[in-house]
Design a protein around this ligand. Structure first.
Ligand SMILES: Cc1cc2nc3c(=O)[nH]c(=O)nc-3n(C[C@H](O)[C@H](O)[C@H](O)COP(=O)(O)OP(=O)(O)OC[C@H]3O[C@@H](n4cnc5c(N)ncnc54)[C@H](O)[C@@H]3O)c2cc1C
Length: 552
């Protein structure tokens, strides 16, 4: 039977688009099969902040940051904590990926028109020792244009290839099975879903109006992770993080359903590290949701005080922005699935950023005028102020007693006791009088302000939380927000998928989140941030190039 294309790519997210454009550029015919409509092209990456992990860049050097491949690899290995036999390929991917981030990644993107906001962010700052978790230096490079700015060059290349007939999109086509003959992948089968003009990101109809079969010499699975499917998240929840949370919000649209992962595994592919995931603990319920249970992650600067559900301060070094999974583990051990920030207007103004392209209209719209206002405005950025006003998780009051009462009202309990919270804040505030201190969070604030990027737009001038001049006081209930899947299909450096018998499955490739961003878990247990989009770029590119070569 004649093939419909040389290669089929399942998923029109970033990883799928990158793979497909590489295949088309190599002169091969490719079909991108995507369950959503054309309006959702780009998948999660469209919604992302567009933060990219890059190493030793001109942007870093201009800010006085000295970075290197060796330092970045040290940080990656300390963060990943690889400790399993199946980490063999993930380790190889990690080294190759850090090389990509320190090498051709920036130039490759730049040649396609991608640009970077000049102030480099400092995510996952750790707080342990030099070999432990975290970024030793700022490396989070935000795309000028955020997520849509990351997708744009690949969408443009894909549409160009479509206009010449080398690439074909099959939207509203949902893959339900892989065609495997004698262990060789020969194509996909699936359902045609009814047309649906629902807005990007919203839940689309699953009514079936037909079926399809497509044949090719190779299939690349780039179908994303499981973060939109809370049942799967709970099912795979690692024991080391305690019981799965009872209440979670979703940091991803519902199409991140994990369904294709099950289908690919049923066809014989080897899924590893399924218990490794990356969920955030600073989630707030979106007052203007796009997808069901829509949660937004606060990207916090270092100054907010962090309390568990009973009002006890989180221990050092679990400060805002230091160690996402350390915080998740600690919070789950408290027996509650939420925690609290207490901060001031001065802190929220400078330190709260919200992850998501739609929450950053200045950067997404590439408006210098609006972006400069971040540094000069009296209030916080518009979207943050809107959450303060309308968000179900925010309490704003002029004094601590009223604030604590308001926080208890939101939680529907009386777990928070004014005296307990007051004594901890007053103790911390006494540490503000000297530039050298005992309190490690305050030390951390002083350290952050030695980096010019933080001093400019990310870290408030140290002040007392209970100083009325810095008010009003703000309490924020922080929920667990699902996001990324760190495990996935085990792949070699050509993104070829291993079968459950340990041998490469001829014709099958995986990229992006479905491949644990490469190898089946390039991050190990934890991430340095900005590594997911980059993981899609690198694994999608490897998959596309290798598949194009293999189909001859
Ligand atoms: C709000 C937000 C902010 C983020 N910020 C950042 C950031 O700053 N930096 C960073 O590195 N990462 C960030 N990320 C993460 C990053 O965007 C994602 O991990 C990445 O885009 C995943 O891409 P993917 O191509 O692997 O999967 P997806 O984007 O999920 O795409 C997979 C596609 O496959 C389709 N599909 C699934 N199953 C089938 C099937 N059976 N048949 C047909 N089609 C199917 C889906 O509909 C989807 O379109 C963010 C994510 C979000 C949501």
């Amino acid at each position: 039977m004649a093939d419909d294309a040389d290669v089929i790519v399942v998923g029109g997210g970033l990883a799928g688009l990158v793979a497909a454009t590489e295949i088309a550029d190599a002169g091969k015919r490719v079909i991108v099969v995507e369950q959503e409509g054309e309006q959702s092209l780009g998948g999660q990456a469209f919604w992302s902040l567009g933060g990219l992990f890059l190493v030793d860049t001109p942007e870093q050097r201009r800010l006085g940051i000295k970075d290197s491949f060796d330092l970045a690899l040290q940080d990656w290995i300390g963060t990943a904590g690889f400790d399993r036999d199946e980490d063999l390929w993930p380790r190889k991917w990690a080294e190759a990926y850090v090389g990509f981030a320190a090498g051709e990644k920036r130039g490759w993107l730049r040649a396609m028109g991608h640009r970077i906001f000049p102030v480099v962010g400092w995510a996952e700052r750790g707080g342990y020792d030099a070999m432990g978790h975290g970024n030793s230096v700022p490396r989070f490079h935000v795309t000028w244009g955020t997520g849509p700015g990351v997708v744009e060059p690949f969408e443009r290349r894909a549409r160009e290839a479509a206009s010449t007939g080398r690439l074909r999109f099959a939207f509203r086509h949902r893959v339900d099975g892989l065609i495997v003959t004698n262990g060789v992948i020969e194509g996909v089968t699936g359902s045609v879903l009814e047309p649906d003009n629902v807005e990007r990101g919203k839940t689309s109809s699953r009514n079936i109006v037909g079926d399809f079969t497509l044949r090719a010499q190779a299939v690349i699975v780039a179908s994303g992770g499981i973060g939109g499917n809370h049942d799967l998240v709970r099912q795979n929840w690692p024991k080391r993080l305690g019981e799965p949370p009872k209440f979670m919000i979703s940091g991803v649209p519902e199409h991140v359903d994990g369904r294709m992962i099950g289908i690919t595994e049923a066809a014989g592919a080897r899924l590893i590290n399924r218990d490794r995931m990356w969920h955030y603990v600073e989630g707030i319920q979106n007052w203007s949701p796009i997808w069901p249970r829509h949660g937004i992650r606060i990207l916090p600067g270092p100054s907010s005080m962090w309390f568990d559900a009973t009002g006890t301060r989180l221990p050092s070094p679990l400060f805002p922005g230091s160690d996402t999974l350390g915080q998740l583990e600690h919070i789950m051990r408290t027996g509650y699935d939420y925690s609290w920030f207490i901060l001031t207007q001065s802190i929220i103004k400078k330190e709260f950023a919200l992850s998501g392209s739609e929450q950053n209209p200045d950067l997404t719209g590439k408006s210098w005028r609006m972006t400069i206002k971040r540094a000069t405005n009296k209030g916080a950025p518009g979207p943050v102020e809107a959450f303060k006003q309308h968000g179900a998780d925010f309490v704003v009051r002029d004094n601590l007693a009223d604030l604590v009462a308001g926080m208890n009202a939101i939680a529907g309990s009386d777990l928070l006791k004014l005296d307990h919270i007051k004594s901890q804040i007053e103790a911390r505030d006494r540490e503000m009088t000297n530039p050298y201190v005992k309190d490690t969070q305050v030390m951390n604030i002083h350290n952050a302000r030695r980096y010019i990027g933080d001093r400019l737009i990310r870290t408030a001038k140290p002040h007392r939380i209970l100083d009325p001049a810095q008010g009003p006081l703000i309490g924020v209930k922080l929920n667990i927000v699902t996001r990324k899947t760190l495990g996935g299909f085990q792949t070699d450096l050509d993104s070829r998928v291993f079968g459950q018998d340990g041998k490469v499955m001829p014709g099958l490739y995986a990229a992006g989140e479905a491949a644990g961003f490469g190898g089946g878990g390039v991050h190990g247990y934890r991430s340095l941030e900005g590594t997911f989009l980059g993981g899609c770029l690198f694994s999608g590119r490897n998959a596309g190039r290798a598949a194009a070569k293999a189909v001859g």
